[in-house]
Design a binder for this molecule. Structure first.
Ligand code: GLU
Length: 493
């Protein structure tokens, strides 16, 4: 019997997402339950958006939760490299093979031509898709143009009619019409593969037997299955996991719910409780008990118990469960966890330089620095009254800062300062004009230790969370304002 091998394949393009941890958990349980292996692969073919910091954050966040992998970029293994950016030559070889077999073709169409085709299709109410223009170029002619260095992508051929039957562990057979499937680009003009080619080639070469992934990928399943068929490979068994949702049933998004695992870490959730809660997403123990450990989950795991109703990721429910975990810890362990969370030497050392000069006794530290050990704050709206700015401008300035901070790649005092400065300038103001808004939002007080340092120390998750809280307290952002301010945002340096 072949060994069960599962994987997660995150793209390191942002904060480590709770959805990644959720899918990782189920893949891990499935593999462990069958005595198999669980692999971590980094899908970083998007060179612009992928970063090494984000990759490291994924490792750290998963390990914090207690999720370990048997093979991966950082632990090695017999099927490496496990980072797609290091596998370029492999994809090229397989792309060439598809072209040689006539399953794919070089496409030389310019962006202008593709736009024009698209516009025409939209005008006649057709689904926009590639029109097959370059498919009809004679292979020798296409090869000659490729050899001459003409810019091109490689597209896969797909049937124009009929249906593709996707077998799914949870849904049985799902039929998807080929008329809904485009001639997908497999290799981009820069010579890098797209998700579709790289994913299929890697899952095959890495011996992946079962793929549990989010259901947002179900519509593209036919492309993957067709590629397995073209290569003559057996496709892994598929399982499309239900998407996590906000309490209002919309897809879990950071606009409505913090989605970064590091946020939950900073807020003081226990990793075991967090993992337990993710295990409750669409799944339950045979005896329906709410609190369980990873080992218990593995021992009782049964993928067919996953229910397809969209599981709701609810902060209140998570907090409740976390409370259960905290209360049941032996008190020594509780104290040790608190210490590990924020009363550790590293964190105190970050804060010390900012409080040392402001106190006469140690007993003054707690009131001054309480916000360093808090999650959300009890804010007082009157602290946001501004000499120069109207209430609307106050919200606008804070929302613009929030958006810019969400996009900030390198979290540092200088970077944060530059953001606030740029927003101030875009409103005809100075940096110091916006500081009276930052103090109460971040520290809960009208003045405190340096708020820019505080933001750096608190980190992106808590800083953004508090800004969002302050904006909500002041009335939030209407749809209309959202539109207008997004336009302003685009113009800020
Ligand atoms: N790189 C994809 C992602 O970021 C992987 C999806 C899959 O599991 O195939 O979600």
């Amino acid at each position: 019997m072949t060994t069960v091998r599962t994987r997660i394949a995150p793209s390191p393009t942002g904060d480590p997402h709770v959805g990644t941890a959720y899918i990782a958990l189920f893949n891990l349980c499935f593999a462990r339950q069958h005595g198999g292996q669980f692999i971590l692969r980094i899908e970083d073919t998007d060179q612009v958006r992928s970063t090494r910091e984000s990759e490291q954050q994924i490792y750290d966040a998963l390990r914090w939760l207690g999720i370990e992998w048997d093979e991966g970029p950082d632990v090695g293994g017999p099927h490496g490299p496990y980072r797609q950016s290091e596998r370029g030559a492999i994809y090229k070889k397989y792309s060439d093979e598809l072209v040689a077999k006539g399953h794919a073709f070089p496409c030389f169409c310019s962006a202008e031509r593709l736009d024009a085709v698209r516009a025409e299709q939209m005008a006649s109410k057709e689904t926009p898709r590639y029109d097959g223009h370059c498919m009809h170029i004679a292979p020798e002619e296409a090869q000659r143009r490729v050899a001459a260095g003409e810019s091109h992508v490689v597209r896969m051929k797909v049937p124009s009619e009929g249906v593709c039957v996707v077998k799914d562990m949870l849904r049985g057979e799902v039929e998807i019409g080929w008329d809904r499937i485009d001639m997908q680009v497999l290799m981009k003009a820069d010579g890098l593969p797209t998700y579709f080619l790289a994913n299929v080639v890697d899952d095959h070469l890495m011996g992946i037997t079962h793929v549990l992934r989010g259901e947002e990928w179900l519509p593209s399943a036919p492309k993957l299955l067709k590629l397995y068929e073209y290569f003559g490979w057996e496709a892994p068994v598929n399982c499309y996991m239900p998407l996590l949702r906000n309490p209002d049933k919309s897809k879990l998004s950071k606009r409505k719910n913090p989605t970064s695992i590091t946020f939950y870490q900073r807020m003081g959730f226990l990793p075991q409780a967090m993992l337990n809660y993710l295990g409750r997403m669409g799944w339950s123990m045979p005896d329906e008990r709410e609190k369980f450990t990873l080992d218990e989950m593995i021992a009782n795991f049964d993928i067919t118990r996953v229910s397809l109703g969209g599981p709701i990721f609810d902060l209140e429910k998570l907090s409740w469960l976390n409370g259960q975990w905290l209360r049941e810890l032996p008190v020594e362990r509780f104290a040790a966890e608190v210490q590990k969370w924020a009363f550790n030497p590293e964190y105190l050392m970050q804060i010390a330089p900012h409080v040392q000069g402001r106190v006469e006794t140690f007993s003054q530290i707690a009131p001054l620095a309480a916000f360093f050990f808090s999650g959300g704050l009890n804010l007082d709206a009157s602290l946001f009254e501004h000499k120069k700015l109207s209430p609307e401008q106050v919200r606008q300035a804070m929302q613009l800062v929030l958006w810019k901070l969400e996009a900030l790649r390198q979290w540092s005092k200088d970077g944060i300062t530059a953001v606030i400065q740029a927003v101030a300038e875009s409103m005809g103001l100075k940096l110091r004009d916006l500081m009276p808004l930052m103090f109460p939002a971040i520290t809960g007080q009208a003045s405190s230790v340096s708020v820019l340092d505080a933001m750096e120390i608190l980190g992106p998750d808590l800083t953004r969370f508090r800004l969002r809280q302050a904006i909500e307290l002041l009335g939030g952002v209407s749809k209309k304002e959202n539109k207008e301010w997004e336009k302003l945002l685009a113009a800020i340096a």
